[in-house]
Design a protein. Structure first.
Length: 276
């Protein structure tokens, strides 16, 4: 790719293609990518049609599988990356004067209807003569947005310098199990002090934060096509069955079936197979 083409791609990824006043869309299909930190003056709805995207801000990391999207408020600096083939679609929405839309990062439930509306709006970017259709799709899309107050798809990051460095060390080797006592010694503080600090900085307990880090790592590994056994061991679980049980508790579906369909009517219980 020459320099001019690269600059055009960056401009498109920053500003998108306008489909209506205050609404732009971005369509991006790529093998692997890791984008620089950037922000948009509009709010952004980031949806992975296929594959998994990780999104990092100063306050945490979000993992976006096909069944969810992430809402970013305007002017929020973030970096996006994927670890395998990915197709994502983004909507850039001018939210000025619309107090009903969130002003913080939030998970958005992607219903079958919302998915089709996002894809339809992107396809209409190439049809400037369909303004009536564009407006109808936008109105319905905004009505269909469902913001979920809490979903296990983000990992809050501490601002405390020493604790942040220690958390990054844990994330780099999730197969290793570090006790809270070992962590307290490494950080030169008492166990009680570390527990209070961890809760204050991340909103999670030490053990819950590590479980969350393992689950988000597992999502990216599963998206790469890794076996459940490999994922379980790399994420610090003693067996595939223990990993599968945690995964189902967190996301409501087994790891074997998670990426087979973003919107299954009902999946069969395959936990016993996951352990084989």
């Amino acid at each position: 790719m020459d320099q001019l083409s690269s600059q055009k791609d960056q401009t498109y990824l920053q500003h998108g293609a306008n489909v209506a006043e205050g609404i732009a869309v971005i369509a991006h299909d790529q093998h692997r990518f890791s984008g620089p930190r950037h922000s948009h003056r509009q709010a952004q709805l980031l949806y992975a049609v296929d594959g998994v995207i990780s999104l990092t801000t100063d306050s945490g990391t979000w993992v976006v599988p096909p069944s969810r999207a992430v809402w970013l408020p305007p002017n929020l600096e973030h970096a996006t990356a994927s670890h395998t083939n990915v197709q994502f679609r983004s909507l850039l929405i001018d939210v000025e004067g619309n107090a009903a839309l969130p002003n913080e990062c939030m998970v958005v439930e992607v219903t079958p209807l919302l998915r089709e509306l996002i894809l339809r709006l992107v396809s209409l970017a190439e049809k400037p003569d369909r303004r009536d259709m564009v407006q109808a799709v936008i109105r319905l899309l905004l009505l269909e947005l469902t913001f979920l107050p809490a979903q296990p798809l983000n990992l809050p990051l501490p601002r405390h310098q020493a604790l942040a460095a220690f958390c990054e060390m844990m994330r780099s080797d999730l197969a290793r199990t570090i006790s809270i006592e070992e962590a307290a010694v490494a950080l030169h503080m008492s166990r009680a002090t570390l527990m209070r600090l961890f809760q204050r900085e991340t909103g999670l307990s030490f053990g819950r934060w590590r479980q969350q880090a393992r689950m988000l790592k597992a999502l990216t590994l599963l998206a790469e096509g890794r076996s459940i056994l490999d994922v379980a061991l790399e994420c610090g679980y003693d067996s595939p069955s223990a990993f599968s049980a945690m995964f189902r508790r967190s996301l409501g579906r087994s790891p074997r079936n998670y990426f087979q369909s973003a919107f299954p009517a009902e999946e069969e219980n395959m936990d016993m197979l996951d352990g084989q």
